[in-house]
Design a protein around this ligand. Structure first.
Ligand SMILES: Cc1cc2nc3c(=O)[nH]c(=O)nc-3n(C[C@H](O)[C@H](O)[C@H](O)COP(=O)(O)OP(=O)(O)OC[C@H]3O[C@@H](n4cnc5c(N)ncnc54)[C@H](O)[C@@H]3O)c2cc1C
Length: 623
């Protein structure tokens, strides 16, 4: 027997907002008989057992939609229709005699016939959604579909090529007890979409992640062999404020300009940070670069701080980065903290938390070890979401393009996307579409890094670029160094500390063979890194010699390379739609090349799918 759930939070003055009345209208039986009324606080996805006098067996009801506007519409198994004057939405006073006439109209045969038709149609239309990839984008798509749009978890499947979730956000545990993230990465707490995904009652991030913070700013190793500390004056103690103001980096005017930039971004964009990405500044016929955005600063400050700091984040030079992407990340660092999870799972704690939420709250299991190679096996009567990295997505779309499985419009969009990629460079997808990050890990003796190496162990250590006679600054091999276990203790066993050294590929000048394995052995690169660190700490060689090399990672597809064309890469559609109701793409390559971008793209695709099937978000905050 088909069942319909109608909710109302209007017209009932005695009830708090969102304390809703639940109605069960059982089609096929007399409406008055099947009617149950009781005040309830409900959420989309809740299920109820309703005991009706007239039924021998209890009826199970599933709440399809409990948005704040629930009173204005009646949601029927995924499709909705607004209540009109002819069919009043409020049945609360059903038992009051003067309302009987109206109720009668609601339950008129024509109205019930229409309900029945919609229910049957909606049942047929409910699509399966198959997601390729369990990185942040894929996990977000699944969570948003289920939690924001009330998708049946049994209709959502995730296929993941590897043996765990997270994609690039992944951590390995060594037998000695070290946690090694696959490349140095941090949680930027202020990322808005990330906060939206992880938000729990009363806090932006769940306590169980145990986020621990880096100090804002960095300890900088200057080309003349001296050290300087640059903090954030608005979030430092008085001593560090003075140290920062007196640091031998840039001029007084530079510091005033940076202070103004810092204040301006906080005041202008805190309420709507995503608007930064919408403001495209053009320079001639191309988008302004990050380097151009910083043109007012002296080369001294740019080379000693901004270039190396943001090279470590974007894995590229400032002249290759869009100014709005730079401003966006600058804002996130100004208003929030960089942190690491300390719950014993490294950075991988984030996707792990999401996978657990899908499993424990929604019963969704992820299919591991399932590399999708042919879309046609998945696409039959299902919505397909490609949430893989850019290289895999390209391969899958090329294959789909040859197989000609989608609509002519979709085929044209796929070709447009593939042509955009080809234009980015034809000599191999890895080198042209993606940026590389290399990270070497060392273990040191003692619970804390020695003070002779670092006085503020929770700060990042940054290597300033050195001026050169040619005018092109020389980039040190090691871009940054940090002590993850000094920030989050669980990164190293109790009597050891962990050191992470990030080498940015642009500084390597092709010293590594591009076909190198992703897992680097010690050897030539380790020796090069140690040689540079000996120069940093000439009187502490013995401490560095005590460091044991743990492992090196070279992540070839660390970030998608994005073109400066005034657009977000070459997306045919904002919601990642290539074929409405059939084929969608998401991932950081569709948005900013960050965890936040991957999450945002997942939300947008979920919204696009829901829209294609006429399903409304239950959350008024979703965009
Ligand atoms: C070293 C490093 C440091 C970083 N630092 C930061 C940072 O500090 N802050 C930040 O915000 N971002 C950082 N990033 C970027 C961030 O990690 C990524 O932007 C984000 O994780 C991308 O998520 P995604 O879901 O789009 O893609 P991915 O994480 O690549 O997920 C794609 C998933 O799809 C799977 N897959 C691929 N092909 C198939 C197939 N055919 N069939 C089935 N499954 C498939 C993959 O196995 C993978 O699990 C860093 C990245 C790296 C590598």
């Amino acid at each position: 027997m088909a069942q319909v759930l109608a909710l109302s939070d209007r017209c009932c003055g005695c009830l708090e907002r969102r304390s809703l009345l639940l109605y069960s209208l059982v089609l096929g039986s007399e409406i008055n008989e099947g009617f149950q009324e009781r005040p309830l606080s409900v959420r989309t996805g809740d299920a109820f057992r309703v005991h009706c006098d007239s039924h021998m067996n209890p009826t199970t009801l599933f709440v399809l939609h409990a948005g704040a506007d629930a009173g204005a519409s009646v949601q029927v198994l995924g499709s909705s229709f607004s209540a009109s004057r002819k069919h009043p939405r409020c049945l609360v006073r059903k038992r009051q005699p003067e309302r009987r006439g109206r109720l009668q109209r609601f339950s008129s045969p024509a109205w019930r016939q229409r309900l029945r038709r919609q229910v049957l149609q909606a049942q047929v239309e409910l699509p399966q959604v198959r997601i390729v990839g369990a990185g942040l984008a894929g996990l977000t798509t699944a969570i948003a579909l289920i939690e924001e749009y009330g998708w049946d978890p049994a209709s959502v499947s995730i296929f993941e090529a590897s043996d765990t979730v997270g994609g690039r956000v992944r951590t390995d545990r060594l037998p000695e007890g070290y946690l090694l993230d696959r490349g140095f990465q941090v949680v930027l707490e202020a990322y808005p979409e990330q906060k939206r995904l992880f938000r729990v009652t009363g806090a932006a991030y769940p306590d169980e992640l145990k986020l621990r913070r880096f100090l804002p700013g960095a300890t900088v190793r200057l080309p003349n062999g001296t050290w300087a500390y640059v903090g954030d004056p608005l979030r430092s103690d008085l001593g560090d404020v003075w140290t920062t103001l007196l640091a031998p980096l840039g001029t007084i005017q530079d510091k005033a300009r940076v202070g103004w930039m810092r204040l301006q971004t906080q005041l202008r964009y805190t309420s709507n940070p995503n608007s930064i990405l919408e403001q495209v500044n053009m320079n001639g016929n191309r988008e302004e670069t990050a380097e151009e955005a910083l043109a007012a600063l002296t080369p001294g400050l740019r080379q000693s701080f901004f270039s190396p700091f943001y090279r470590g984040i974007f894995l590229d030079e400032l002249y290759n980065i869009s100014s709005r992407l730079f401003r966006y990340v600058y804002h996130m660092l100004a208003v929030g903290y960089a942190s690491l999870p300390d719950n014993g799972h490294g950075i991988g704690a984030l996707p792990r938390f999401l996978a657990q939420r899908l499993r424990d709250e929604h019963g969704l299991t992820i299919h591991y070890g399932q590399r999708v190679t042919d879309l046609s096996t998945l696409a039959d009567r299902a919505v397909l979401v490609l949430a893989a990295d850019v290289a895999s997505t390209k391969k899958l779309l090329e294959q789909a393009s040859v197989a000609n499985r989608f609509s002519p419009k979709a085929q044209a969009d796929i070709r447009k996307l593939l042509c955009g990629w080809l234009a980015a460079g034809a000599d191999g997808v890895h080198e042209t579409l993606q940026r590389v990050s290399t990270c070497l890990y060392f273990g040191g003796e003692g619970a804390e890094p020695p003070e002779a190496l670092i006085t503020r162990p929770r700060s990042l250590v940054l290597a300033a670029d050195a001026p050169s006679p040619s005018g092109m600054p020389r980039r040190p091999l090691v871009n940054n160094l940090c002590f993850p276990s000094a920030v989050a203790r669980s990164y190293a066993p109790s009597n050891k500390y962990l050191v992470s050294c990030t080498v940015v590929e642009t500084a390597l000048h092709q010293q590594l063979d591009p076909k190198d394995n992703d897992l680097l052995p010690g050897g030539e690169l380790e020796a090069l890194v140690r040689t540079q660190l000996y120069k940093w700490y000439p009187s502490q060689r013995h401490l560095l010699d005590d460091w044991s090399f743990l492992r090196g990672y070279r992540v070839r597809g660390a970030q998608p390379r994005q073109r400066l064309n005034g657009e977000r890469f070459v997306m045919p559609n904002e919601d990642g739609c290539l074929d409405a109701g059939r084929l969608y793409v998401c991932g950081d390559w569709c948005d900013t090349p960050t965890a936040n971008g991957a999450i945002h793209s997942g939300y947008r695709v979920a919204g696009g799918i829901a829209k294609a099937f006429g399903v409304h978000s239950r959350s008024t905050s979703s965009r």
